[in-house]
Design a protein around this ligand. Structure first.
Ligand code: PEP
Ligand code: MG
Length: 534
């Protein structure tokens, strides 16, 4: 949206969940409440313990009405509240005479500062969970009343607690405008899955503004005090966005075919096995990427064989014979997993993906067995992430063969799925002929782009460089597609570009005919295919 100069105050940030919202500003900052100290340290300790318990009970209640990412986030918060290494220092300080609210705030602040200082975006994003927990316990201590925003408001603040998001009524529209925040946060994931417009990284927004705001979460801006032409321009953009969403919706139940008649296979990306409950299998051609890191990031520790087997089987049965490509664990980089990944100064170039899996056969073999057992329940394909040299593929494949033989010896039903690789490290895209024994290729455009362009996928200041449409990236994609076609190796693409209407015509021109997208983008991706000519 191009704004006229006199259009009020404009703040620019990063769109974290696309959409438009117009509504009154509601400041997210916490109200200052007063805590009444108890008569003795013992009573003070009891007050804090009760507050932690009550907050935990409220979270459990919220969790019982949630599923997927929201339930996971709440489970994480409940686990944090139950963790004595978090509450212990606060309770000790209270027993030594400090007030419960001060001690709790100070203990949590120490943890929050640690998370906020982390180099890794994932850990920085978790600071929001800790702030959320801190506030919930303080609310109980001071018996704070409702902090609910009115329906349809634009919530403005530094960051928003995930539970606050879940407790907000989004039925009348509204949106989120954060001065800081992160598009990798739990709240951003929730906002995307619920279609709530959200912009992060806006920088300082005046705290005293009390009026109507216009949130453009398609391009990433917030307008305060806009009038006349600016408001009309905003409405025109919002209407166009809604119209294109609606017309895209009409494509959801149709097969994807380009304007000049070329069929395109449209698959979906999933993570939580529960994701598939909301998807009608008739609208897609199967699963092009099931990320399994999700199963590994739980507070309860690394998943055992049985839990993994059940998760994979559930998705395979849902797909009812359509292909399901499950990726072996891709931990590391921006996806740290406690008890598995290692601390590194440059995790994107470190021990992640297949490198880590091969370095930890104790963990990898459990996943391999679960996959081999699940394979009898559907049309499974398995792929390895972050492969850089052929030896990694061969070693992983050998481990599959060994585990299959073991399962066979013990009379456990299993099947060997086709084994393919992600093409996301430039060494593979440049020399695909070294990987000709892989059963299939799936291009990971998120990582391929960041490595080709030397521009991190999670760094807003180099976001413009991180472009899949850069000729260098597209040339590599086209070369991989051509190599696959010439050698009978199926090639698909499962990075975010597959769901980007701007990138889709370029990907089709590069020769791709298989795209895997997040379910929320399936309709708009099919619409973009229908508009493209190859
Ligand atoms: C990719 O890199 O494009 C990809 C699909 O993998 P992830 O985003 O999980 O790294
Ligand atoms: Mg990747």
């Amino acid at each position: 949206m191009v704004l006229p100069a006199e259009s009020g105050l404009t703040f620019r940030g990063i769109a974290a969940s696309a959409g438009y919202a117009q509504g009154r500003v509601f400041r997210l900052e916490t109200r200052v409440s007063r805590y009444e100290r108890k008569a003795s340290p013992a009573l003070e300790v009891a007050a804090l313990e009760t507050a932690i318990e009550t907050a935990s009970g409220r979270l459990a209640d919220l969790a019982s009405h949630s599923s997927g990412d929201a339930a996971d986030m709440l489970e994480f918060q409940i686990a944090m509240l139950g963790d004595s290494s978090l509450s212990g220092p606060a309770l000790d300080a209270v027993a030594a005479g400090k007030a419960a609210d001060e001690a709790w705030s100070a203990a949590l602040q120490a943890e929050i500062s640690g998370y906020e200082a982390a180099e890794d975006e994932y850990f920085r994003a978790r600071a929001a969970d800790l702030k959320d927990i801190r506030q919930q316990v303080l609310d109980v201590l001071v018996s704070a009343g409702s902090r609910d925003a009115p329906a349809g408001a634009i919530l403005v603040g530094d960051d928003i607690a995930p539970t606050r998001f879940l407790a907000t009524d989004w039925s009348q529209g509204g949106g989120i405008a954060l001065t800081a925040g992160s598009s990798a946060s739990h709240v951003a994931m929730l906002a995307r899955s619920r279609g709530v417009p959200m912009v992060v990284g806006l920088g300082p927004v005046p705290v005293d503004f009390d009026g109507v705001a216009l949130l453009d979460a398609e391009h990433g801006s917030l307008l305060l005090g806009a009038e006349g032409e600016a408001v009309e321009l905003f409405r025109t953009s919002a209407d166009a966005f809604l119209a294109s969403r609606r017309s895209a919706q009409a494509h959801l139940h149709k097969p994807a075919v380009t304007a000049d008649g070329t069929p395109v296979t449209m698959l979906v990306n999933v993570a939580d096995p529960q994701d598939v409950d909301a998807i009608d299998i008739a609208t897609c051609d199967g699963v092009g990427l099931m990320r399994t890191e999700f199963l590994f990031g739980k507070a309860s520790g690394l998943p055992d064989e049985e839990n993994q087997y059940r998760a994979y089987r559930r998705v395979l049965e849902w797909a009812a014979g359509k292909p399901v490509t499950i990726r072996t664990v891709d931990a590391g980089g921006d996806k740290p997993v406690a008890g598995f990944t290692v601390e590194e100064t440059n995790p994107f170039l470190g021990l992640r993906g297949i490198r880590l899996a091969l370095a930890r056969p104790d963990v990898f073999r459990i996943q391999i067995r679960a996959l081999l057992r699940a394979a009898v329940h559907g049309n499974l394909k398995v792929m390895f992430p972050m492969v850089a040299v052929a030896d990694e593929y061969q070693r992983a494949r050998a481990m599959f063969a060994e585990e299959a033989a073991r399962l066979g010896d013990s009379g456990v039903a299993s099947a060997m799925p086709p084994l393919g690789i992600m093409v996301e490290v430039p060494s593979v895209a440049v020399a695909p002929e070294l990987f000709a024994d892989a059963a299939f290729f799936s291009i990971g455009s998120n990582d391929l782009t960041q490595y080709v362009m030397a521009a991190a996928r999670d760094n807003a200041s180099v976001a413009a460089l991180n472009a899949v449409t850069n000729p260098a990236v597209l040339r590599l994609i086209a070369a991989v597609a051509r190599f696959g076609r010439d050698n009978g190796i199926p090639v698909s693409l499962c990075g975010d570009a597959a769901g980007d209407p701007v990138a889709i015509p370029h990907l089709l021109k590069a020769g791709l005919r298989d795209l895997s997208v997040v379910p929320a983008q399936l309709a708009s991706a099919k619409a973009a295919v229908a508009a493209a000519r190859v």
